[in-house]
Design a protein around this ligand. Structure first.
Ligand SMILES: *Cc1c(COP(=O)(O)O)cnc(C)c1O
Length: 396
């Protein structure tokens, strides 16, 4: 085991979370399955009920070394963090993070570019729970101070935004929030702490849909919330109260995926950027929405705050019809058609961001497509997309 301090990303993810008492000499922490934990006697059972169950066997719902190891690894990757709680999906992580800070009567500020199920949780469940939500322009930056009112309890960011990839000014939003004692939460699934360590910038709660890059193989649902010291107790107590627990098998696959995440991210990022630049040269493409390209809203913030880019981005076609966009996507040989991302296989989906907006209007020159770039070779993916754009042109 190494604690990775001052080391590179690859070294960090290889060593993270591997406490000898949890691995017992096995390289990757094994699966410890449990519901019942046995005690030697009644006195021991009673003593266990009164102590802090963090990193202690108590009852299966509170986890075993398998989950603790992954949670601790994710904490180690986020300098300034206190601890991490695991969830059975990214959406479960989003809802637990929000419920750990919000009470009836509170107001939430939510980025208009947020992942759609997060928006649905706010408009549905939180409304019923007595929390009001105001949506803000993801480009707002320090201007968010003008939206903070007496009841504003939390600001939820996602950067870059889902589908449209606007980069938020996280330091400016955190500064405004801190001045008004408002909690900041970020969905950091795209960048992960390797490309964007947000807790060092003062964010209170950082969410990952581990389903994506941590797991990395499109076969497990898993989420996490990493908390600053000031927010850990509330997050843990709320998550325990909600009965949240991630299965040891899924956490084990998460740990296994994590060991290669730095290498995978480098490949995803490099090939995605190469393809994004190539798409910019194509006459059928009106705009490429990729944070590392100067044309992306918030690109200057990306250059300032991020250590690199990931493998997910979108592009806008010049015009097009539903049928011509479908012709592009349907004929792709190497890109699967399906939701989620972060796995080894490339994916393509049609997107219609204007349907998920309320504070801002999303307008573009044509129909749009989102690409998840997997671990295939760039030349093969480019050839596949070139044929797709030919089909698009032929049917438009
Ligand atoms: C996929 C995703 C989620 C939800 O994760 P699940 O594990 O699918 O529930 C949350 N946020 C973002 C940005 C995502 O892309």
């Amino acid at each position: 085991m190494n604690n990775g301090e001052g080391k590179g990303d690859g070294t960090k993810v290889v060593g993270a979370g591997r406490r000898p008492e949890w691995t017992q000499g096995i390289v990757n922490p094994p699966v410890w399955r449990a519901s019942t934990i046995l005690y030697d006697n009644v006195a021991q059972l009673r003593a266990a009920a009164g102590r802090d169950t963090h990193h202690r066997l108590f009852y299966g719902r509170r986890g075993t070394p398998t989950q603790w190891s992954l949670a601790e690894a994710l904490t180690e990757l986020e300098p300034g963090a206190e601890a991490t709680f695991l969830y059975p999906s990214g959406v479960a992580a989003v809802s637990a993070a929000l419920l750990s800070v919000l009470s009836p009567g509170d107001e939430l500020l939510l980025a208009d570019s947020v992942y759609d199920p997060t928006r649905s949780f706010a408009t549905g469940f939180l409304t019923r729970f007595g929390v009001t939500t105001r949506y803000y322009d993801p480009m707002i930056g320090g201007g968010i101070a003008d939206l903070i009112g007496d009841n504003t309890r939390a600001i939820f960011m996602e950067s870059p935004g889902s589908l449209t990839f606007e980069v938020q000014d996280v330091p400016a939003i955190v500064a405004a929030a801190k001045a008004h004692d408002v909690t900041t939460i970020i969905d950091n699934t795209w960048a992960t702490p390797l490309l964007f360590p947000v807790m060092a910038l003062g964010v209170d709660l950082s969410i990952l849909a581990c389903t994506k890059y941590v797991v990395g193989h499109s076969d497990v649902m898993l989420g996490s919330v990493t908390a600053a010291p000031s927010h850990w107790a509330k997050l843990r107590d709320t998550s325990f109260a909600l009965g949240q627990t991630a299965s040891p098998d899924d956490a084990w696959l998460g740990s296994r995926g994590l060991r290669t995440m730095a290498v995978r991210l480098k490949h995803h990022g490099a090939v995605a950027l190469e393809i994004a630049r190539w798409l910019e040269t194509r006459p059928e493409v009106a705009q490429v929405l990729h944070p590392a390209l100067p044309s992306c809203p918030g690109h200057d913030r990306f250059v300032r705050d991020f250590k690199g880019s990931a493998g997910l981005f979108s592009f806008v076609l010049k015009g097009g019809t539903e049928a011509s966009r479908a012709a592009l996507i349907d004929g792709l040989e190497l890109f699967g058609i399906g939701y989620s991302w972060g796995g080894f296989e490339s994916l393509a989906i049609p997107i219609d961001p204007q349907r998920h907006r309320s504070a801002t209007k999303w307008e573009a020159a044509g129909l749009a497509v989102r690409l998840q770039i997997g671990l295939e070779d760039s030349a093969d993916l480019i050839a596949d997309l070139a044929a797709g754009l030919d089909r698009f042109r032929a049917t438009t």
